[in-house]
Design a protein around this ligand. Structure first.
Ligand code: PEP
Ligand code: MG
Length: 909
């Protein structure tokens, strides 16, 4: 969620509110000070703990320190406001009353868990510190109380380890090394084999490590422990990971994190205790079934850490994977049944699929955390549609819940089942999708290859925030290290690109630029494929298949089409592309780039003849050869589009693009065309321009060579008449003139088109209605839109050129340095990807207003690349365009984005 929508101030930041600041919000015992809609102040975790408490669910009592405290703490050189301490003491007193245990007391001591929790769940925040309040004295009490010394000392050492890492900044591994040493000394293999005395010994070594590293003993004072943890939670807001995440996800720096302090419940109190993570629906497929894993007699993050293998929660899942271990449903039927009922209750309350962490302590169920569950794109779509069909949400909400960009993934090819697969390594299936590309190891190479039009796969031992730019341009990521929550995995999922993480058998040598797996050595530039679904890394480029679109997809698209106002057309010039676009729901062709037709086999040499021609006669001869080819191409398109409109653009690029530039090729082409090499060379020389993109192209060609316009128009009209006759569908050609900036340019070309159309119609004896319009792709055209609209029946924004000419940045070279701009924060978005609303957007608004002033029924669309980009589509809706046009695979994305744009407009009005 972006700054604009979620940037609610945390209220107490400047202390300008009336009365004393409330820093602490308590919950528990069926009531709470906070609510779900107080995320800005209480963080997501805190707000939902409060909400669940209000719902009467079994939530361990606790309190949340607001995000305002974090802001204060960071702004005041890590100091606390005077009134915070008393409020915390008051909250602790309330906890004592609710739990019957008192923090720091020797009799029945209370233990706490501490977690940071920002308004948006984000990586880099301080994770849980459990068992806070344990010290040399209280550990003895806990041992006696539970009659389980092993449990008590294990809990104490876990606490020291978590505190040592997150508050004192000592590397986790140093603690782990001590455990390993002791196991080696004692010739033991598993942690579970360590006795109470072993843990006691380990605790002493932990303490010695801390004393040695910090010159200070581990704090025995439980209040000092608490304040240390609060400070660390606040500071984690500024961790490098959190900062990068905020930058990438457009989250404001001044939100701050809340701190959640909660009474401990123990999942490791014996065989009637457990800890678990569950999803109310399947997060991979979206199926409506409770999924999840649990660990018996375990605490906190054990399920996620993966040291022990967790078991299935449900009987169905256990049977499905043939596990001999009992499911929680079988082993603890009562608390499980209660949990299942709570899942239903919470899904109805929150109207979404949830991820829940819970603990069973001596048979008693406690809900520890609720999150809106992350899900694959496929699951997101299915859940949105299912929930609407179940009546939990409206169709409109379902439409709003599917990220248009995520369709990209559903629509993306998957590896072909029948293709030969040379699997060289396997890692975690960390982010779905599949991709092939050239292997690169560094961000700079990723950017370089990409700017040369090559797709890349970025391979790293592990990724860090410095790699984010390389990841952005890559088609996929593979890492040798790192789990499902590693930087690579989290960022790749966020970007929607495939990722295989933790492929431990891979060795990456950055010096040699090699990726080695056993005897297999791959070099920079080699082709490699990733399957983010299976976690496989494959050699070479593996054939891919079109994805199968599900019923849910069809249902969603039906709703989308019932909502959206903008029409969606496609940019296509081949029958194959046009067919694909029709299958994806395109409602016409918004841009047929005729030059692409000339680049096809058999046409290019005739085109060259035409360009090389030195007089009108020779040119006409070549054009006469091109005519039937063009006519056949247009006729096929008309048939494919079956009555939908087709906008055909006259020849646009500078002519030199059709001619060779390498000396060897010049000789070859000269032979093929039948001219002397020096004739061709001198023609190429004559066509040379210093700034071809600002050169002799677009309508300027039409003015120099009107016979080309005549040929194209004749081919189009003859094809239209032919198709109308053959199919019986009405055919209305739309001819679009490119790169107009002066009304008279358009009028000159229009006169040629009209005259040719008249001739064709007269000859055939049939009438055909047609439209002539222009692209708006130069600032002058936008400014002169009123005059131009007197002659144009439609406009189509060519935002590729409009962006190029508004910024004065070459669209072909921009990629080389736009990444520097993005890194430096000079621009937030690449303006060639998402419309620059402030500049290019203003010109578009002007053109719309002035164009419609002259001609109220002027049809206006967009056919630049932005036509398939959701944020740009939103802008097109805002300024009242009639349609967007984009490449075929982006048509469904555009349809969905258009529907969302319409819904947003309704919300605004
Ligand atoms: C444009 O400039 O946006 C456009 C669609 O034309 P082309 O990309 O062919 O220049
Ligand atoms: Mg253009």
């Amino acid at each position: 969620m972006g700054q604009s929508t979620n940037g609610a101030t945390n209220g107490a930041t400047n202390g300008a509110t009336n009365g004393p600041t409330k820093w602490v919000y308590s919950y528990g015992g069926g009531q709470a000070d906070g609510r779900a809609d107080m995320r800005a102040l209480l963080g997501s975790k805190g707000a939902h703990l409060a909400e669940m408490s209000n719902l009467g669910l079994p939530v361990p009592p606790g309190f949340t320190i607001t995000t305002a405290l974090c802001t204060h703490y960071l702004a005041t050189d890590h100091s606390y406001p005077d009134d915070l301490g008393p409020q915390i003491e008051e909250a602790l007193e309330r906890l004592a009353q609710l739990s019957g245990r008192r923090f720091g007391c020797i009799k029945q001591p209370l233990f706490l868990s501490i977690r940071a929790g920002a308004p948006e769940t984000m990586p880099g925040m301080m994770e849980a510190i459990l068992n806070l309040g344990l010290n040399d004295e209280t550990v003895e009490v806990l041992a006696k109380e539970t009659d389980n010394a092993r449990f008590a000392y294990d809990s104490y050492r876990r606490f020291i380890q978590m505190y040592g890492d997150m508050v004192l900044g000592i590397d986790q591994n140093e603690f782990e090394d001590i455990v390993e040493e002791v196991k080696d000394e004692r010739a033991l293999f598993y942690d579970t084999e360590l006795s109470a005395d072993d843990w006691k010994g380990i605790i002493e070594r932990y303490k010695a490590l801390i004393l040695q590293e910090l010159d200070e003993p581990f704090p025995q004072d439980v209040r000092a422990q608490l304040w240390g943890a609060i400070g660390a939670a606040c500071s984690s807001w500024m961790s490098a990971r959190a900062i990068t995440y905020r930058r990438v996800h457009d989250i404001a720096e001044d939100w701050g994190t809340a701190v959640n302090i909660q009474a401990m419940v123990f999942g490791n109190l014996g065989e009637s205790s457990a800890t678990a993570v569950a999803h109310t629906r399947d997060p991979d497929t979206g199926e409506k079934r409770l999924t999840g894993k649990y660990l018996l007699n375990a605490q906190g993050e054990d399920v996620l850490e993966g040291n022990r293998t967790p078991y299935e929660l449900t009987l169905d899942a256990r049977l499905a994977n043939g596990s001999p271990e009992p499911s929680m449903e079988e082993l603890m039927p009562e608390p499980f049944a209660r949990f299942r009922a709570i899942c239903d209750q919470l899904e109805h309350h929150y109207r979404d699929m949830l991820e829940l962490e819970f603990t069973i302590e001596g048979g008693q169920l406690w809900i520890l955390q609720k999150r809106t569950a992350k899900r694959t794109s496929k699951a997101a779509l299915r859940i949105a549609v299912d929930m609407a069909l179940e009546g939990l949400i409206s169709k409109e909400e379902a439409v709003m819940r599917v990220d248009p960009r995520s369709l990209d993934e559903l629509l993306h090819p998957t590896l072909s089942e029948s293709a030969e697969r040379i699997v060289i390594a396997k890692g975690l299936a960390a982010s779905p999708g599949a991709a092939s590309g050239h292997l690169v190891f560094e961000t700079k190479d990723a950017e370089l290859f990409t700017s040369n039009g090559k797709r890349v796969i970025l391979a790293r031992t592990e990724t860090s925030p410095e790699d984010v730019h390389g990841m952005h341009v890559a088609q996929g990521i593979v890492t040798a290290r790192g789990g499902m929550t590693s930087h690579a995995a989290v960022v790749a999922r966020g970007m929607g690109i495939p990722c295989v993480s933790g492929a431990g058998m891979i060795r990456i040598n950055y010096q040699d630029e090699t990726l080695t797996v056993g005897a297999e050595v791959m070099h920079k530039g080699d082709l490699i494929t990733l399957d983010g679904r299976s976690g496989e890394v494959l050699k070479g480029e593996v054939p891919m298949e079109k994805p199968e679109l599900t019923d849910e997809f069809a249902t969603l698209m039906e709703w989308v089409d019932g909502i959206r106002r903008l029409k969606v057309r496609c940019n296509a010039e081949t029958v194959q592309d046009a067919k694909a676009a029709r299958d994806f729901g395109a409602e016409g062709i918004g841009l047929c780039r005729t030059e692409h037709m000339f680049l096809q086999e058999g046409r290019i040499s005739v085109m060259r003849e035409m360009i090389i021609a030195t007089d009108a006669h020779d040119r006409e001869r070549a054009l006469n050869k091109l005519l039937p080819m063009q006519r056949a191409d247009f006729a096929a398109l008309f048939e494919t589009m079956a009555g939908f409109p087709i906008t055909v653009r006259l020849l646009d690029p500078p002519l030199h693009e059709f001619l060779p530039s390498e000396p060897g090729d010049i000789a070859k082409v000269a032979r093929a065309v039948g001219v002397a090499e020096d004739v061709l060379a001198s023609r190429i020389h004559a066509l040379h321009e210093f700034n071809p993109m600002l050169g002799h192209r677009g309508c300027r060609l039409a003015i120099s060579y009107p016979e080309m316009v005549e040929m194209q128009t004749r081919a189009l009209f003859e094809a239209a008449l032919e198709a109308a006759e053959k199919t019986g569908n009405p055919v209305q050609p739309e001819i679009m003139v490119p790169l107009v900036s002066i009304k008279e340019e358009l009028e000159f070309v229009k006169a040629r088109i009209d005259a040719t159309a008249k001739k064709v119609m007269k000859k055939s004896g049939k009438e055909l209605s047609y439209k002539i319009g222009t692209m708006i792709e130069l600032p002058r055209a936008a400014l002169q839109a009123r005059k131009i609209a007197e002659s144009a029946e439609f406009f189509s924004f060519g935002t590729n050129d409009l962006t190029q000419t508004t910024y004065g940045i070459s669209r072909d070279d921009a990629a080389r340095y736009i990444s520097d701009y993005l890194r430096a924060g000079v621009v937030e978005q690449d303006p060639f990807i998402s419309i620059d609303v402030d500049g290019v957007g203003e010109l578009m608004e002007i053109a719309v207003e002035r164009g419609r002033f002259a001609r109220p029924d002027l049809t206006i669309g967009i056919c630049g690349e932005h036509g398939g980009e959701p944020a740009s589509i939103d802008f097109c809706e805002k300024i009242g365009l009639d349609y967007v046009s984009c490449s075929p695979f982006r048509v469904p994305i555009a349809r969905l984005a258009a529907a969302q744009a319409t819904l947003r407009r309704h919300q605004r009005t």
